[in-house]
Design a protein around this ligand. Sequence first.
Ligand code: NIG
Ligand code: FE
Length: 416
Amino acid sequence: MKLLVKNIGGLVGIYETAPLILKGKDLGSLPIIHNAWMAVEDGLVVEYGKMEDWPGISDWRDLEVLDAESGWIAPAYVDSHTHIVYPAARAGEFSDRIKGLTYEEIAARGGGILNSANKLMELSEEQLFEDAWSRLNEIAATGTGAVEIKSGYGLTLEGELRMLRVIAELKKKHPLTIKSTFLGAHAYPSNYKERKSDYVDLIINEMLPIVAKEGLADYIDVFCEANYFSVDDTIRIVRAGKEYGLKAKIHVNQFTSIGGVQASVNEGALSVDHLEVLTEQDIQALQGSVTMPVALPGCSLFIKIPYTPARQIIDAGLPLALATDFNPGSCPSGNMNLVMSLACIHMGMTPEEALNASTVNAAYAMGLSETHGSLSLGRPAHFILTQPINEWAEIPYYFGSNKIKQLYISGKAVKA
Ligand code: NIG
Ligand code: FE
């Protein structure tokens, strides 16, 4: 099957050699070909150029021609941090926050993550699957082509396995590329409040071996935060994960800086996510590391906490990725376009930086650099086609609207 896309207003994120990460000043440079065409064969990008140099069509066999009508083409977004499998909305907590309670106060009285964990076993695997399936379709419609999904609302062996099996099923059946992360260390279940280290033992000695044996996780995560998992807990869990070949992606510095960034970097974590509170030492720790910092501005918007200091990170010469954190408590949205708008408006990122952070760097943050995040000859044609626009900045500029006309995975339109 061949696909020819013509009259592309702007073809962005297309490289002779796809970059692994973009950092510092390079994060702001976005390759662009105005008035372009692109050809796809067997799911791969095989040719591209400017319309004025278009050789025309010599072989019409098996060829689908798509007129982009001045819409733009960019690599499909990569959302490297979500909790898309969850049992129910938590709109009651939303109302409570409007009345003045904070996210942490709600958690302290048994709401938050524990609220979701209490409901998880009420839903069958089939129901969890169906709900997550429609959320995947929703994010496909706003341009996301690959997504990481975490467990973490089970908090028992049975519950965590239930979530991970649902993710495994989604992986098998949904056209989006999915990576799965074991987040048993998301919160202490209430019956372990007085014996927290027993819960860490349970994660390491009982959950992890089964999760690994059944091949249910690509990564391991810990919510490293005051009142959640300490830096020592985090190191123990990350090291245990390593024994099973699982790289770490760590929730860190959402509310406080307790040394989780340094520990994660030392352990060779693939990413550190949140970073709303960031110290100079945290920035220094990230220098020269293999760890991608990931910002989640939808969470800052929704629970009214500071935005990750993107300028400080980028101006220090570091890379940065963006993700949604789609979850029922701190960010019930999986819209990467909105994430880019927030990154531009509240974090001082340019529209070009925001796209690179949502594609190239985001692919790195979920181990998909080989196949996702940029377009290049011979690479899979995972891309988005936008409505007609004049410049890329119009995408984050029209905040809250969806200018994505169609997502293509391996050159095929994804029905959402
Ligand atoms: O990334 N902070 C920890 N975990 C999620 C929130 C989960 C929830 O509230 O259900 C987050 O924000
Ligand atoms: Fe999260």
